[in-house]
Design a protein around this ligand. Structure first.
Ligand code: PLP
Length: 394
């Protein structure tokens, strides 16, 4: 009997070892990993440079309180701000915590710096922002809220890509608009670029902050280091986690200079936020991404993957669309895909579900064309066999 809370629908396999794009279970079975721990191991499993930085740090110092200077934290923050539109970073331990920090910063900037009492955050239907009480309230999906009432106040949801609905939701309580450039958990749904530019313009016009949740789209995943860099807009605040530490748990909330005075000593904090070990992982991850040109490679590999999938799945009953950005790719189907994901796993390819009807592919950013070929072959075979036994939904 398990002594764990049943919070996850776990597959009956135990992964014990990983390297690059490959994983092995305790029976010695090998898997091609096209889910990367849900967009975490963006440099592949156990990347050499990050491992060396972690091993060196383990010999040096594990933990020091944020009451002292932490040179590694400064180094990681400089790497992130030098390569983004942000001027300051707050380090924490997860995506939900990064979004909590973003929500707190937006409210406090409006209330303490501008002194206008604004607090409402507008988010979007089908979004996903985390599992803490504030971030599950921000999330635009009812299933994550069931049984957790009462929810915190101050969150409003509107449909994605609907400018009229967004404009109608803005009032003199509105502090910020928060969104993902690709709704990943929600079914790999990319934002309309024109809508995102209009959101930026609306935020400027109405004195609102634009918060981008880059927890899944950041760290090279969409073909740029941060996904906003595709669209010619800059957020006031953005959040990172997942790929930031190559598997070491770490999150970050980044913001532009005018927001810095909104936080002072004591207004926010975290015991483990920015610990020397996490910072060694972050600095080595960002440096490796820059040296290896991982985002650029993800852009090329994403085109290759989506092109090959479209060719291989053209006309396959049940498959509606292949969509995504960079290496955040979804195969939208006309019904639940859990059976296909299970069959692919049996054949040695790890992928995951998004929405219930979308197969989500998240290979590491350094994936090879041979690995893409292998994955597409397996996916096409499974979806074709499945279509042959299961007529497409009406
Ligand atoms: N935001 C987005 C877009 C995510 O995809 C996730 C996790 O899937 C989160 C927030 C929450 O991150 P964490 O699970 O690290 O708290």
């Amino acid at each position: 009997m398990s002594h764990l809370f049943p919070t996850y629908g776990r597959y009956p396999i135990s992964i014990v070892k990983g390297k690059g794009s490959r994983l092995w279970d305790d029976q010695g079975k090998e898997y091609l990993d096209f889910m990367s721990g849900i967009a975490v191991t963006n440099l592949g499993h156990v990347p050499d440079r990050v491992k060396a930085a972690l091993v060196a740090q383990l010999d040096q110092l594990w933990h020091v309180s944020n009451l002292y200077q932490i040179p590694n934290q400064e180094k990681a923050a400089k790497l992130l701000t030098d390569n983004s539109c942000a001027d300051a970073v707050f380090f924490c331990n997860s995506g939900a915590e990064a979004n909590e920090a973003a929500i707190k910063l937006a409210r406090r900037y409006q209330q303490k710096v501008l002194g206008n009492g604004r607090h409402e955050i507008i988010t979007f239907a089908r979004s996903f922002h985390g599992r803490t009480l504030a971030t599950l309230t921000a999330t635009g999906q009812d299933k994550v809220k069931e049984g957790f009432l009462p929810l915190p106040q101050g969150f409003v949801h509107v449909p994605l890509n609907d400018l009229q609905a967004l404009e109608a939701a803005v009032n003199d309580r509105t502090a910020a608009v928060m969104l993902e450039t690709v709704q990943a958990e929600g079914g790999v749904v990319p934002v309309d670029p024109a809508f995102l530019r209009s959101v930026r313009e609306l935020c400027d016009r109405r004195g609102l902050l634009l918060i981008l949740d880059e927890i899944q789209t950041g760290m090279g995943r969409t073909g740029k280091l941060f996904s906003y860099q595709h669209y010619g807009v800059e957020p006031d605040i953005f959040t990172l986690a997942k790929g930031l530490g190559s598997g070491f748990p770490v999150g970050a909330m980044l913001a532009k200079a005018p927001l810095i005075p909104a936080f002072n000593a004591g207004s926010h904090g975290s015991t483990f936020g920015g610990t020397p070990i996490a910072m060694a992982a972050v600095a080595a991850t960002v440096e490796t991404m820059l040296i290896e040109q991982a985002p650029e490679r993800a852009a090329v590999a994403g085109e290759l993957l989506m092109g090959k999938l479209r060719d291989a799945l053209d006309g396959v009953p049940g498959v509606l669309e292949v969509r995504g950005k960079g290496l955040l790719v979804g195969i939208a189907c006309d019904g639940p895909v859990a059976d296909a994901v299970g069959e692919l796993q049996r054949r040695g390819l790890l992928v995951i579900v998004a929405g219930p009807n979308v197969i989500r592919l998240l290979p590491n950013l350094l994936v090879t064309s041979e690995e893409i070929e292998e994955a597409v072959g397996l996916i096409a075979a499974v979806l074709k066999e499945r279509a042959a036994v299961k007529p497409a939904a009406e």
